[in-house]
Ligand binder design. Structure first.
Ligand SMILES: [Zn+2]
Length: 136
């Protein structure tokens, strides 16, 4: 049975159509339709910013971790980079490049997974930063 692209529940007999660009997806309710269309709007607006932050954070991490020297503080830049990337995942959970993939994982599922990754990255970065600073 087809599933709602937003929440992942089975579609009712008369599904609601959510318009995405030139095509439409079937969702289970008006609420899921509104959320799907809002998600698509935000995705368009924030995806570049998200990838930019992750790129900057990742580059900062690599530079500090591998070229930061042997000073015990050289990992600070790496953890800050990790925090930046983590916050990007957390605040802008729009990692999916093709809406087709929502047939295999619902939008709410992708959002939840991205936020979990973002939380793990951010929290561990803060803990590592605190440990590094307290170890001085
Ligand atoms: Zn739904």
């Amino acid at each position: 049975m087809e599933k709602c692209v937003y929440c992942g529940r089975d579609l009712p007999e008369k599904p609601v159509q959510a318009k995405v660009h030139t095509r439409s997806f079937e969702v289970c309710s008006e609420q899921c339709r509104t959320r799907t269309e809002q998600y698509v709007k935000n995705d368009k607006r924030f995806k570049t910013a998200m990838y930019l932050l992750i790129f900057v954070g990742g580059t900062g991490f690599v530079i500090s971790a591998f070229f930061g020297g042997t000073d015990s503080l050289h990992m600070l830049g790496a953890y800050i980079g990790q925090l930046v990337a983590g916050l990007a995942f957390l605040l802008m959970p729009y990692p999916v490049s093709s809406f087709e993939s929502f047939h295999s994982m619902s939008i709410s599922g992708v959002t939840r997974l991205t936020r979990i990754i973002g939380t793990v990255l951010s929290v561990s970065a803060v803990v590592l930063l605190a440990l590094t600073l307290c170890g001085q």
